[in-house]
Ligand binder design. Sequence first.
Ligand code: FES
Ligand code: FES
Length: 156
Amino acid sequence: MNKHKVHFMLNGNVTELIVDTNERLIDILRDRLGLTGTKAGCGAGECGACTVIMDGEAVNACLILGASLENHTILTIEGLMQDEKLHPIQEAFIRHNALQCGFCTPGLIMSTKALLDETKHPKREEIKQAIAGNLCRCTGYEQVMEAIEDVADRRE
Ligand code: FES
Ligand code: FES
């Protein structure tokens, strides 16, 4: 199997790795780097559990090959905390009970971050669209949307 050397920014750190041609970002994060906050669900781009932010956009880490990471920037849920403090989106999810089993939560939070980085005060429809690829079996989404609206309101 071919090997590729790649350099990319991961949660603010320059990262260099040798990856196999068919090695997926989700496996690199979880199995090689121990960043297990990003969840592995369907493995087929359907559930959003593996959502990370690549160059400012929410993407499914199960669909990204490690060999394509050269010069890109990846942010995972582990990169959100600053000075040991939860990110405001994480705090809002807790405040609104927007999680139950929590399996979908890192992915939902990363989709939310990508949305709020782009859109200051998203409308309900824009929120729905932004999290449409993140399946949650527990919450019914109402608390999730309230949490997202709350973060947007509080930062104004
Ligand atoms: Fe990547 Fe489901 S594990 S979308
Ligand atoms: Fe359980 Fe979303 S909180 S799947």
